[in-house]
Ligand binder design. Structure first.
Ligand code: ATP
Length: 752
C-alpha cells in the first residue's frame, strides 16, 4: 500500500486540520449530503496538481479556501498534504516517505512542496507521471463523473488511456527531446549562418596571407642574391681601382720625365741662332699636333662619359619597363571593386527616380566617369611613369656627334703627322745641332703621345669604375629598404673564391644577377611594405574560430541525430505499449462488461478523427506503414463500442443512465486492472446501481483492491460493507466538515 494519509487544512469546508489515515485496502467515506465528502475527492485532485479550478467546483483559487461561517472566520490559505510510503521507490525519489503538499492563497498564488522543499508544479507532474498517478485524473472519479470517459471526445479519451497505461512519462520525454531537437537545429542554422558570413573575410585574409608569404620568400631570395651581388660588385670595383692605379704609375712617371727632357730640348732649340724657316715650320707643326691631340684626348674623355651615361639610361629604361608590366598585370582589390559597384548601383537607383531624360543622361555620364576613374586609378600610368627616351636619344645623338668629331680629329692628326714626318725627314737631312734637338723634341713628343693614349685609357676605366660605384651605392640603399640592415653585411658574405676570380668573371653573369634582383625588387614594392604579421595573426584567429564553429556544428549534428533516434525510439515504444495496452484493456473491458450485464460485447478501437474510419486494432500497424491511408490533419483517438445482450440497439447514445454508469465502471475497472494505479478515488460511482448491480460492483471492487488502494465515497450500504475502514464526514451548523472514524453500523446511520 502506497497511500498512507491525506491531510486537509483550510481546504473548502475543512476549516480545521483533518487527517485521513488509509490503513486499509478499501477505505470508505460516508456522510449526509453536503457534509463535504466530495471536497475530499477534490482535495486529492488539488494536491496532485489539478490546474482547472472549474473541475474543483470553483471559479477562482480563492473558492478553494475555507470561506468562514457565522461563528468561524475565513482562512487565508488552503493546503492539502498527501503522504506516500516510498520504501519500494514507486516514486522516483530517494526517500522512504514522500509528502506532496500544495497550498493556495487568497491572491491565487499556489505553492508546491515535496518533503517540505518548495518545487515547481512540473517537478510534481514528472514525479507522479512515473508512478501512474498522472494529472488527467483517470484514477480520481468525481461525483457524477463516472461516465466522463464516455462523454469525452476521442482525443481526450486517448489521453486518459495513455495516462492510465503510464505512457505520460514517455510523452513528457518525447516533448522534451523535441524541444531540445528544435533548439539544437536552430543552433546549427545559426552557426552555419555565422560561418557563411565569415567565409568571404577569411577568403580575403587568405589571399593577403598568401601575398605576405610570397613576399617573405621573395625577400629571402632577394637577400641571398643581393649579398652575393653586392659582394661581387664591391670586390670587382675595388680590385679594378687598385689595378688601374698601379698600372697608371709607370706611364705617368715616364710622362713626367719626358716633360723635363722636352723642356730642355726646346730651350736648346729656341736658343739656336740658326733657327730657320724649317724650325719655325716644325714648331708650328708641333703646335698643331699638340693641339689636335689635346682635342682628341678631350673628345675621348667626353665619349667615355657619354657612354657611361648611355648605359645608366638604358638601365633606368629597363627598370621602368618591368614596373609597367607589373602595373598592367595588377589584380583588382575586391573591396575597391565592390565600392565602385555600389556607387554605380546608387546612381542607377537615382536614375530610376528621374523622368527627365536630360537628368538621366547626366547620371549615365556620371556612371561612365566613375568607371573611367576607377580604371585610371587602378592601372594608372601617370606622366612620371611614362618611359622617357628623350634623354637616351640626346645622349646617343651627342655620341654620334662626338664620334664624328673624333673621326675628323683623327684624320687631321694623321695629316699633321704626315706633314710633320716629311718636315722631320728634311730636317734630319740637315745634320746640325738644332736638328738634333728637334729630333729629340720629335721623339719625346711621339712617346708622350703614346703615353697619354695609355693614360687616357686608364682614365676612362677609372670613370667607368666611378659610375659603377655610384650605381652600387644606390642599389645597396634600395635593397636595404626591402630586406633590412642584413643587406649592409654583404661584406661578410663568403663567396669562397679569390679576388682574381671574382674580378675576372664574365660581366654578363653579374649583369644577369642585377636584372634578377631588379625584378624581385619591383614585385616586392608592388606587394607593399610591412611584415604582414597582423594579417597572419588575424587569419589564424579567423580560421581557428571557423574550425571551432565547424566542430561545434558536428557536435550539434551528432546530438541532433541522437535526439532523433531517441524520439523515434520513444515513439516506437509509445506505439507498441499503447497498442499492447489497448489490447489488454479490451480483454478486461469485455470481461467486466459481461460480468455487469451478463453478456454482450464492448471494446475500444483506435480511429482517425477526420476520416472517422474504423480500424481494427490488429490492422493499425498496417495502416501506419501505409502513408497513403493517413492524412496530416487527421487525429488519432479512441472510440468505444458497446452491444448489450438481448438488445438490438447498439452504441453509447442508446444506453440508459444506469447502463452508462455500468459501462463506464467496467471500462474504468478494466483500465485500472491493466495498469493499476497506486490508489483509486471513486466518488459515488455506485450511485445509479440497483441492488443486484451493487452486489456485483462490490465484488469487482474487492477484486480491484488487490491491485490498487481504493477510497470510496458512497451512500451505498453494499459498498460500505466492503470497506476495511470507514470515515464519517459531518457538518453542523458551524459550516465546518468534521471527520470521525466509525464502525459499519454507525456508517449506515451517518450516511443518512
Ligand atoms: P453529497 O452527498 O450531496 O454529494 P457531499 O458530502 O459530497 O454531498 P460536498 O459537495 O463535498 O458535499 O460539500 C459541499 C459543502 O462544502 C457545501 O456545504 C459547501 O458550502 C461547502 N463548501 C464548499 N466550498 C467551501 C468553502 N470555500 N468554504 C466553506 N465551505 C465550503
Amino acid at each position: 500500500m502506497y497511500l498512507k494519509s491525506l491531510e486537509l487544512l483550510g481546504f473548502k469546508s475543512f476549516a480545521k486540520k483533518s487527517v485521513f489515515d488509509f490503513t486499509s485496502k478499501i477505505s470508505g467515506i460516508v456522510g449526509p449530503n453536503g457534509s463535504g465528502k466530495s471536497n475530499v475527492a477534490e482535495s486529492f485532485r488539488f494536491v496532485l496538481g489539478e490546474q482547472s479550478i472549474k473541475s474543483l467546483r470553483g471559479k477562482r483559487g480563492e473558492d478553494l479556501i475555507f470561506n468562514g461561517s457565522k461563528i468561524i472566520p475565513r482562512s487565508n490559505r488552503a493546503s492539502v498534504k498527501i503522504l506516500f510510503d516510498n520504501t519500494k521507490r514507486f516514486l522516483n525519489i530517494d526517500f522512504d516517505e514522500v509528502v506532496i503538499e500544495r497550498a493556495v492563497y487568497r491572491d491565487g498564488i499556489n505553492q508546491y512542496f515535496i518533503n517540505n522543499s518548495q518545487v515547481r508544479l512540473r517537478d510534481i507532474a514528472e514525479l507522479l507521471a512515473s508512478a501512474n498517478i498522472g494529472s488527467s485524473g483517470h484514477h480520481i472519479i468525481s461525483q457524477g463523473e463516472a461516465d466522463r470517459i464516455l462523454n469525452a471526445n476521442i482525443k481526450e479519451r486517448k489521453e486518459m488511456i495513455e495516462d492510465a497505461l503510464g505512457l505520460k512519462v514517455f510523452q513528457y520525454k518525447k516533448q522534451e527531446s523535441q524541444k531540445k531537437l528544435q533548439k539544437t537545429e536552430d543552433n546549427i542554422i545559426q552557426i552555419e549562418l555565422l560561418r557563411k558570413e565569415n567565409a568571404p573575410h577569411i577568403k580575403f585574409l587568405k589571399k593577403q596571407v598568401d601575398k605576405v608569404e610570397r613576399s617573405i620568400i621573395m625577400r629571402d631570395e632577394l637577400k641571398k642574391l643581393s649579398l652575393e651581388y653586392l659582394k661581387r660588385e664591391s670586390e670587382y670595383i675595388s680590385f679594378n681601382k687598385k689595378k688601374t692605379k698601379k698600372a697608371q704609375k709607370a706611364p705617368q712617371d715616364e710622362l713626367n720625365a719626358l716633360e723635363e727632357k722636352l723642356q730642355k730640348a726646346k730651350e736648346i732649340l729656341s736658343k739656336s741662332s740658326k733657327s730657320d724657316e724649317k724650325s719655325d715650320e716644325l714648331i708650328i707643326q708641333e703646335k698643331n699636333l699638340s693641339d689636335i691631340r689635346a682635342r682628341k684626348d678631350a673628345l675621348t674623355r667626353e665619349l667615355g662619359r657619354i657612354e657611361g651615361e648611355i648605359s645608366g639610361e638604358n638601365r633606368r629604361i629597363e627598370k621602368e619597363k618591368e614596373t609597367q608590366k607589373i602595373i598592367e598585370n595588377r589584380t583588382v582589390n575586391y573591396n575597391e571593386l565592390n565600392k565602385v559597384v555600389e556607387q554605380v548601383y546608387s546612381q542607377i537607383d537615382d536614375a530610376k527616380e528621374k523622368n527627365d531624360i536630360s537628368e538621366i543622361k547626366n547620371i549615365l555620364l556620371s556612371i561612365g566617369s566613375i568607371i573611367k576613374d576607377f580604371i585610371s586609378i587602378t592601372f594608372s600610368k601617370d606622366k612620371d611613369n611614362e618611359i622617357d627616351y628623350i634623354e637616351l636619344e640626346n645622349l646617343k645623338n651627342k655620341k654620334i656627334e662626338i664620334d664624328k668629331n673624333l673621326l675628323n680629329v683623327l684624320r687631321d692628326e694623321s695629316l699633321y703627322n704626315e706633314r710633320y714626318s716629311i718636315l722631320k725627314t728634311k730636317i734630319e737631312a740637315e745634320k746640325d745641332d738644332s736638328r738634333e734637338a728637334e729630333r729629340e723634341v720629335f721623339s719625346v713628343m711621339s712617346r708622350q703621345s703614346q703615353l697619354r693614349a695609355i693614360l687616357d685609357k686608364f682614365e676612362s676605366i677609372e670613370n667607368d669604375l666611378i659610375h659603377k660605384k655610384q650605381d652600387f651605392e644606390i642599389e645597396l640603399q634600395e635593397i636595404a629598404v626591402l630586406v633590412g640592415r642584413a643587406a649592409l653585411d654583404y661584406d661578410k658574405y663568403n663567396l669562397g673564391i679569390g679576388l682574381e676570380e671574382i674580378a675576372n668573371e664574365e660581366r654578363q653573369i653579374q649583369e644577369d644577377r642585377r636584372r634578377k634582383i631588379e625584378k624581385i625588387k619591383i614585385r616586392l614594392e608592388e606587394f607593399g611594405g610591412g611584415s604582414g604579421e597582423e594579417i597572419i595573426k588575424e587569419y589564424k584567429e579567423a580560421t581557428q574560430r571557423d574550425e571551432f564553429l565547424e566542430r561545434e556544428i558536428a557536435d550539434l549534428e551528432k546530438s541532433a541525430s541522437a535526439l532523433k533516434d531517441l524520439i523515434k525510439d520513444l515513439e516506437e515504444r509509445l506505439s507498441i505499449q499503447f497498442n499492447d495496452g489497448i489490447e489488454k484493456i479490451n480483454k478486461e473491458f469485455q470481461n467486466f462488461f459481461t460480468l455487469m450485464f451478463g453478456g454482450g460485447e464492448a471494446g475500444l478501437s483506435v480511429i482517425k478523427e477526420k476520416k472517422r474510419k474504423k480500424m481494427d486494432i490488429n490492422i493499425i500497424s498496417d495502416v501506419e506503414n501505409n502513408p497513403e491511408e493517413t492524412q496530416e490533419d487527421e487525429e488519432e483517438g479512441i472510440d468505444i463500442f458497446v452491444s448489450l445482450p438481448h438488445k438490438r440497439t447498439k452504441g453509447l447514445v442508446m444506453l440508459s443512465g444506469g447502463e452508462r454508469a455500468l459501462t463506464s465502471i467496467a471500462l474504468l475497472f478494466a483500465m485500472s486492472q491493466v495498469n493499476p494505479p497506486p490508489f483509486l478515488v471513486l466518488d459515488e460511482t455506485d450511485a445509479a446501481l440497483d441492488e443486484a448491480n451493487s452486489k456485483r460492483y462490490g465484488d469487482m471492487i474487492e477484486n480491484l483492491s488487490k491491485y490498487s488502494q481504493l477510497i470510496l465515497i458512497t451512500h451505498n450500504r453494499e459498498t460500505m460493507s466492503r470497506a476495511g475502514i470507514l470515515y464519517g464526514v459531518t457538518m453542523n451548523s458551524d459550516g465546518i466538515s468534521k471527520l470521525l472514524s466509525i464502525k459499519f453500523e454507525e456508517a449506515v446511520q451517518v450516511a443518512k
